[in-house]
Design a protein around this ligand. Sequence first.
Ligand code: NAP
Length: 301
Amino acid sequence: MHILLTGGTGLIGRGLCRHWLAQGHQLTVWSRSPERVSTLCGAQVRGIGRLEELGEEPLDAVVNLAGAPIADRPWTRKRKTLLWASRISLTEQLLAWLGQRGQKPQVLISGSAVGWYGDGGERELHEDNPQVTDDFAAQLCGAWEETAQRAEAQGMRVVLVRTGLVLARDGGFLKRLLLPFKLGLGGPLGDGRQWMPWIHLEDEIGLIDFLLHQQQAAGPYNACAPEPVRNADFALALGRALHRPAILPAPAFVLRATLGELSGLLLGGQRALPVRLSEAGYQFRFTDLDAALEDLLADSH
Ligand SMILES: NC(=O)c1ccc[n+]([C@@H]2O[C@H](COP(=O)([O-])OP(=O)(O)OC[C@H]3O[C@@H](n4cnc5c(N)ncnc54)[C@H](OP(=O)(O)O)[C@@H]3O)[C@@H](O)[C@H]2O)c1
C-alpha cells in the first residue's frame, strides 16, 4: 500500500511508520520539515513539504494526525488559533487537494481525541454518546472530525480515532511525568477522581492498522484501553512502577491559576470505553495499567 501521513513525524506517526515499513508499505509524510522525515521516520520514508509534489501518484490510504501540541502551554487566543489552524485548516487543505485529484485513496483515518466528549464526569462514554460539555477541546475535536468526515462525499471511507492519553517510552504525557514522579513529587491532579482513558502506544498503532484493514470500519472509534482509571489511581500506579511515593497532590486552584482554561483538560476527564473497537474484534495487548507501565518503564527505575 502507498500511505500518506500528516503528523508522521510525531509520537504516534513515527510508531506507525516503523510498523508499516516493516510490513513493506510505501510511506510518504507531508511535513513542515520534509528534510527531517527520513531521519525521524525511517530512511525509506519520503518527506514532502507540499502535497503537489505527489502529483497523481496513486495513494491507497491517508492518515491525518498533524496538530500543534494541545497541552504544552496555556490556551491564549493566539495558541487557540494555532491549535485550530494546525488541525482544521490543514485538514481542509488536505481535502481540497484530494478533491482535485483523479485517483482517490480508499480510506482517510483522521485524528481526534476523547476530549471530543468534553468533561464526561462519571458517565461511561460510548461512541454514540453526544458531546457532554462544550469546552474548547470539545469544539476543536468536533470541528476536526466534521472536516475530515467531508472526505466521505469524495467516496472515501472515513475513520475517526478518538485517542486517549498515549503511554509511550520516548515521548508524550508519560515522559513529562517521569521527572517529578522520580523525585517523589508526583501525585493526583485536583481531587484525582477524574477518569483517565489511557492507551499503550503499541495498541494505538495496532488499532490504527486494524482499522486500516477492516473494510467495514467507518466513523468514530474510542482509542483507549477497556479499563480506564481515575487520575489518583493512575498516579499510584505510576508511583508503584517507579518505586516512588505518589501522594503529593497538585491542588486544583493552583492548576487553574497557572494554566487557566487548559487546566480543564487535566481536572476533567472521560470514562471512555472502546466499544466499537471491541465489537469489531480488536484485541488489546494492554488492558491492565500496571502491566502497561511495567512494559514501558521496566528499565527506568
Ligand atoms: N499523544 C497523545 O496522547 C494524544 C492523545 C489524543 C489525541 N492526540 C492527537 O493525535 C495527533 C498525533 O499525536 P502525537 O502525540 O503523535 O502528536 P505529536 O507528537 O505532537 O506530533 C504531531 C505532529 O503534528 C505536526 N505539527 C505540530 N505542530 C504543527 C503546526 N503548528 N502546524 C502543522 N503541523 C504541526 C508535526 O509534524 P511536522 O513537524 O512534521 O509538520 C508533529 O510531528 C495529534 O493531533 C494529537 O492532538 C494525541
